[in-house]
Structure formats: structure tokens, C-alpha cells
Design a protein. Structure first.
Length: 724
């Protein structure tokens, strides 16, 4: 849950990344000399504005300052809540962030601080802050939290959903360009000051703890298990000027089925959008891929396999235009509808209807499309492409639409179709003069790379079951987070694409038809056992699992319901997985707040189990422990379990007494159905655990206490739902 991950993150950073003291290395040429910090708590972040003036923060809530280069430090502020990051842009202006959504600002060098807490009923821990100047700053934190300010922190805005992965570090090299890193090898980049972010291919699933750029091109990210990553300004994983969305070492660069591949050229020689620039020479297996410039100055082209695109489009054809796997209208490669030559392709897919429109589905592509646009977007496999450069007539020579003379900006994005042979290589090449850059892909099924991971080995009644599926073949749209909804009942399976968007809004549930079921077409779409998800919710005739509404799917009723639009009935067990970030191939069933759509029933008997099976690799959801069948009783049990855990702690009686008093107060508030105040008291409890872990509280005891708190939070949420 939200609180749990905040404290776990804190403890992990405390225990694994930072220490309170530095030991001198007798063998070092340039010795590190211990400084007297004035605190015995763990210091999480330090920032110097010049050779003398610096600031540090610790997990007890202290802000420290030095004015003599670190020789001595003095205390300037105490919040009582763990602080994780400090950033100053000059000697006067700085920000500090920490647990429970805390944001502090100073404009006088730390003499006074103003609280700028971002409003949230369940505040996420804010783990890193970076300001490029006095006005513009970004904060990142738990569960994909990103906050942006353009007025020095007076107000903060939240960009649209980017990722559900916890972000541990952010760094800006100028007002526009910044990077954030976090859980699962997540690396995000922005080029517009944090308004929008794009996923970078990191090539690792290790947790990344910190990122730092020395200039606009050169940066480093470090993380778990000795991970150090470096970039030198390349926009691609292996090429300095070419990004290929299906290039992913975790799947050996394999792509299959109707996956759309995005090729991006980011070459400073041709990024100017206000003057005419020549189109970059890009080929796919030696055949021209037309590239179009977008408003960000980069050049984009999209391609897919012709046969697979038609099969996918045939599924979409069974429902409303622009839904499911709709590729748009198919046109011959001799068509002049785009106003450009596409004869090196096998055919093209355009996102609109025109007067002389193309074919759809598996109908042979025999039409030379032509004429003006008569209806809007019919494409649903490229949903968030960067807008095309609209062109201008003012310069001489003029800038044409997309820099290539596209007939109408409504034709963007168009998809270029080629025919690939399964198991064969696909060579994508940027033929830049004097520096040819290439990426070799494999067109094949991705079953051998697909996996399913449960978040814990055993579960207690009431637990969320958080599941991660890695399968790049589920990544159809390279520009947006894909969403798949399964009917997981083994005797009535089904699979639908884009029933819900990444925020759980019913984009397709109310309009798609049962005939748009992808499950019955998986083999035709190059899937094997991957693509098939089943959940067995019962054990020896007793149900142990249930399915719930969250911010990835909309169910009616919210527990054990069917999809709100009625496409998947309750009895067929609908479960939605959403991609954590575009082109990542990593899908989860829990939302940005950590709420899963599969849960262990409160009355599930200890020793029972459910089963979840993806890619014909079934895993047991093992249940240990028990709770009464009613939620209020479960809440009482959870509080009693926490009290019992305190009694057996390996600590002094004073610490036990302090913790017990908070538990008793929270329990009394909960008994009066004052749940929000109860949660606030439990937050204070967790802050104490956080501050004393490694001192008066052992790491083992801390983990037990945190787990107990999570059970209480789950029980509170269920009681609140029941009583409305």
C-alpha cells in the first residue's frame, strides 16, 4: 500500500545507500575526511551552492547547514517528518521534500521555511527534487508521483499519467531537459520542463537510485547490485541519433504480431523546425522508411508487418471504428493520398477516411487511396504521437508540413507496412553521411522472454495481490501505455485491447463488441502460450480470491463485478493489466496508488491458495493466516496483531510504550469510524519506526511493524467502502 512503500523505500535507502559517518581510507590519494554533522540520524541528501555553503537533510526531519565548507554543521529547521532530498539554485532559494508529501521552501538561505505540502488524501513520499532555476522545478516520488512548478513552488501541478513505478531521483540540466529514474530500471526523459515525459530503454530491471547529468549529453544512473549506466547524448539504446522502440535487450530485440515500431531520429543537424531541412535517410531491410518531423524537432516513422496489421484490423472491424486494434485504412504503395512517395513500402495505413478510401481488415489491399479527408481519426494503435510540424509559408524556401510535403497534417501518424518472415532479422538503418547507424531486430514470437512475477511469496487475508507481467508482444502502441483486459475464467476466456486507458477510463468498454475478442485470434497474431492469462480463485470449493475495481478498470459492482460497459461479465473474472510506461513491455494490475484488482478474501482459510497462470507458467498465491469474515472484525484483528508485534520487539520499554500509545489512539479513533484521523496517527507511528530503525528498532522488527500497518490500512479501506 501507499504508506508501506514510503517507509520501505526510506528504510532501503537508509540501510543500503547511506551511512551517518565516513571512515578515512589510509590508501586514498585524495582522502575523505569525516565531518561533524551534529546528527546521529541517517542523512539522505546534501547540496552545496558554493565552496562554503551547503545543506543536508536527515530522516528525523532535520535540515542542517554549513557555511565553512562542511567543517561544522548547525541545525536550522526541524519538521519531525523524514526528509529525503534538498536542492538549492543559489545561496537564497532552495527546496526540501520528504515523507507524507512534505515540501518546504526557503528564499533567505534557510533562515525561514514555508510549508508547501501538495494536497493528497494519502500523501506519497516525495523522494527527490530538482530546480533548474528559481521558478522551475520538478519533484518525484512513490508510485510514479511527479509534481511540476513554474512559480517557485507556490503551486504544483501533476502531469498526466507517466508511470506507476516509484521514482527515486530526478535531475535537470536546464529548464527544459531532465531525467528521472526509479524502480524496475525506469528512466524517464523530458524535453519540455516536465510537462510530458518519455520512457528511455535502460536495458536493466534493477532499481535505479540516483541520476546525474554533467551536461546536456552526458549523464549517469546508479542503482542496485552495482548497476552503473552512462549515456553520452544518444537518443537510442545503441545509436547516438536513432531510437527504435522495439530495441530491447530484455527480449533480445524481438518483436512480433501487430506491434508497431517507432523509429525516431534525433539529430541536431536537422532539428530546426522553422527552416527547411532535408529528410533523414532511414531504411527497413534496405527499403525506404519515410520520416516526418514533429514539433519537437525530431523525426518519426512508424512501421509494422503488413499481414499482422491486417489480421489485427480485422478484429477491430467487428466493432466501432477507432477501437480495439484498428490500424485505420489500408492503401496501396502507389497511392498519392499522402502527397509523398511511399512506393518502397508494401502498403500503408492512414488514420482517416478519404473520398477514395482504402480497404480494411484482411481484404486485399488494392486501392489507390486519394481525395480529401471526410472523417476523423480511425487509428487506435498510435494514440499519442508527437504532433507533426505544421509548416509555414514565410521562410524561403517554405517549411512544408512535416518537412516532407505531407498533403494534410490529419494524415499523421501513418504506418508504413512491410512483409517480414517469422524468425527473420529486420535491419533498421539510419544512413547518416559518415556515420551509418543500425539496429537489428528479430521478427518472432516473444514467448521465451515472457514472465509473471508476484510481489510476495505468501499472502494474508485482505492482501492485494500485485502482479507484474513482462511481455513485449503486448506492447502494440509505442507512444502510449497499452491496456489489456482478460476474462480469466479458464472455461470462458477472452481478451480485449484498450477497454480502459491508463487511468482506468472506459475508452472501449462501452463501445467494443464481443466479436473484438483477441483471445480467439492469439495464434494468428503470433502469440503462443503468452497472451493467455487464467486465474483460479477457489481452493477445495472455497473462494480465496476476489476481483476489484481500481484505477485500471471500472467494474460494476466494484467487488467481483463485470466491466461497467458489460463486455465481460462478473462470472468470467475480468482483470486489467496496464503498461507501466510506453514501449516498456512491463504490465501491472495495480494502479498508481498501489491498489490491485486481485485481492485475497478476508475469509480465505490459512493454507489455501489461488492460482494465476500466464504463458502456461502457473504460480500459486499462497495464503497464510486468517481473519474474521467481516471487515470491522478484521480491522480489530489487524490492530491486535500490531499490538502483539510491539510486545515481542527487541527494544527498550520506553520505545514499546511510545509505539503502543499511538496504536491505542489510532484504534480508538477507528472504533468511532474516524478513519482519516486514525490514519494520521498511524503515519506518526511509521515516522517513529522510520526514524528509529537501525537504532532502537531492528530492521527485522521494522519490517514486521510495517507489514502490520499495511493490514490495518487495507482493513480501513474495506470498512470505508462498506459503510459508504
Amino acid at each position: 500500500m501507499k504508506i508501506l512503500f514510503s517507509i520501505i523505500t526510506s528504510i532501503l535507502i537508509t540501510g543500503l545507500l547511506f551511512t551517518g559517518n565516513l571512515e578515512q581510507n589510509a590508501y586514498a590519494v585524495n582522502a575523505w575526511i569525516p565531518q561533524i554533522s551534529g546528527t546521529s540520524f541517517d542523512l539522505f541528501s546534501v547540496d552545496f551552492v558554493d565552496v562554503n555553503t551547503g545543506y543536508a537533510v536527515d530522516n528525523s526531519g532535520k535540515i542542517l547547514k554549513t557555511v565553512n565548507g562542511g567543517t561544522t554543521w548547525f541545525f536550522i529547521e526541524f519538521t519531525g517528518i523524514a526528509l529525503f532530498s534538498v536542492d538549492f539554485v543559489d545561496v537564497n532559494n532552495g527546496h526540501v521534500v520528504g515523507a507524507l508529501g512534505q515540501i518546504l521552501r526557503t528564499t533567505d538561505g534557510g533562515t525561514t521555511w514555508t510549508l508547501q505540502t501538495f494536497a493528497n488524501p494519502f500523501p506519497q513520499s516525495l523522494l527527490s527534487v530538482s530546480f533548474s532555476d528559481v521558478s522551475n522545478g520538478i519533484i518525484v516520488g512513490n508510485a510514479g508521483t511527479i509534481l511540476k512548478t513554474t512559480n517557485g513552488g507556490t503551486t504544483w501541478t501533476v502531469p498526466g499519467f507517466v508511470t506507476s513505478a516509484t521514482l527515486l531521483s530526478v535531475d535537470f540540466v536546464d529548464v527544459n531537459t531532465g531525467y528521472a529514474v526509479g524502480v524496475g530500471g525506469t528512466i524517464l526523459k523530458t524535453t519540455n520542463g516536465g510537462t510530458t515525459w518519455t520512457q528511455q530503454v535502460s536495458g536493466t530491471t534493477q532499481l535505479l537510485r540516483s541520476v546525474d547529468f554533467v551536461d546536456v549529453n552526458t549523464g549517469y544512473a546508479v542503482g542496485a547490485s552495482g548497476t552503473i549506466l552512462k549515456t553520452s547524448g544518444s537518443c537510442g539504446l545503441t545509436n547516438p541519433n536513432m531510437f527504435v522502440s522495439t530495441e530491447n535487450p530484455l527480449s533480445s530485440n524481438t518483436f512480433g504480431g501487430p506491434m508497431v515500431t517507432e523509429v525516431m531520429i534525433c539529430d541536431s543537424d536537422i532539428t530546426d523546425t522553422s527552416t527547411a531541412k532535408g529528410e533523414p535517410d532511414v531504411t527497413v531491410n534496405g527499403r525506404i522508411l519515410r520520416m516526418t518531423q514533429s514539433i519537437d524537432g525530431n523525426w518519426y516513422g512508424y512501421f509494422a508487418d503488413r499481414i499482422q496489421a491486417q489480421i489485427a484490423d480485422q478484429i477491430a472491424l467487428n466493432g466501432p471504428s477507432g477501437s480495439s486494434l484498428d490500424f485505420g485504412q489500408f492503401c496501396k504503395n502507389t497511392s498519392n493520398v499522402l502527397g509523398i512517395d511511399v512506393s518502397d513500402t508494401n502498403s500503408i495505413a492512414i488514420p482517416v477516411d478519404v473520398v477514395n478510401s482504402g480497404t480494411q481488415g484482411t481484404t486485399p489491399i488494392t486501392v489507390d487511396c486519394s481525395g480529401v479527408v471526410i472523417s476523423g481519426n480511425t487509428n487506435n494503435v498510435i494514440r499519442e504521437s508527437i504532433p507533426i510540424n505544421p509548416g509555414t509559408a514565410i521562410p524561403t524556401p517554405p517549411v512544408e508540413i512535416g518537412q516532407i510535403g505531407l498533403a494534410n497534417s490529419q494524415f499523421w501518424p501513418f504506418i508504413q507496412l512491410y512483409e517480414f518472415t517469422p524468425t527473420s532479422n529486420v535491419l533498421v538503418q539510419y544512413n547518416k553521411g559518415g556515420n551509418i547507424q543500425s539496429t537489428t531486430l528479430t521478427f518472432d514470437n516473444t514467448e521465451i522472454f515472457a514472465s509473471l512475477i508476484l510481489d510476495q511469496p505468501t499472502y494474508l487475508p485482505g492482501d492485494d495481490v500485485k502482479v507484474t507481467i513482462f511481455d513485449v508482444q503486448l506492447n502494440i502502441d509505442p507512444t502510449d501505455e497499452d491496456s489489456w483486459t482478460w476474462a480469466t475464467l479458464s472455461t470462458g476466456p477472452a481478451l480485449f485491447y484498450d477497454l480502459f486507458d491508463e487511468n482506468g477510463i472506459s475508452t472501449g468498454d462501452a463501445i467494443q463488441t464481443i466479436s473484438q475478442d483477441v483471445f480467439i485470434n492469439l495464434t494468428n497474431l503470433m502469440f503462443e502460450d503468452n497472451g493467455k492469462l487464467f486465474v483460479e480463485k477457489s481452493f477445495l470449493g472455497s473462494e480465496v480470491l476476489q476481483f476489484e475495481d481500481n484505477n485500471l478498470q471500472n467494474l460494476t459492482p466494484t467487488i467481483n463485478g463485470g466491466t461497467a460497459g458489460g463486455l465481460i461479465s462478473a462470472i468470467r473474472q475480468p482483470v486489467t493489466f496496464t503498461e507501466q510506461s510506453s514501449s516498456s513491455g512491463t504490465f501491472v494490475n495495480f494502479d498508481a496508488s498501489g491498489n490491485s484488482n486481485i485481492n485475497v478474501r478476508c475469509d480465505a482459510p490459512s493454507g489455501s491458495s489461488g492460482i494465476i497462470d500466464y504463458n502456461n507458467l502457473p504460480q500459486s498465491i499462497l495464503i497464510s493466516g486468517s481473519c474474521p469474515p467481516t471487515h470491522p472484525d478484521a480491522l480489530a484483528v489487524a490492530f491486535r496483531s500490531l499490538s502483539d508485534a510491539i510486545l515481542v520487539m527487541d527494544t527498550d520499554e520506553g520505545t514499546k510504550k511510545s509505539l503502543t500509545s499511538k496504536v491505542n489512539k489510532a484504534s480508538d479513533l477507528a472504533d468511532k469510524e474516524k478513519f482519516r484521523p486514525a490514519i494520521n496517527v498511524l503515519n506518526a507511528f511509521l515516522n517513529q519506526v522510520d526514524a528509529q530503525t537501525g537504532k532502537k528498532i531492528t530492521m527485522d522488527d521494522a519490517e514486521i511493524l510495517i507489514a502490520s500497518i499495511e493490514k490495518i490500512e487495507i482493513a480501513v479501506e474495506k470498512v470505508e467502502r462498506d459503510i459508504g
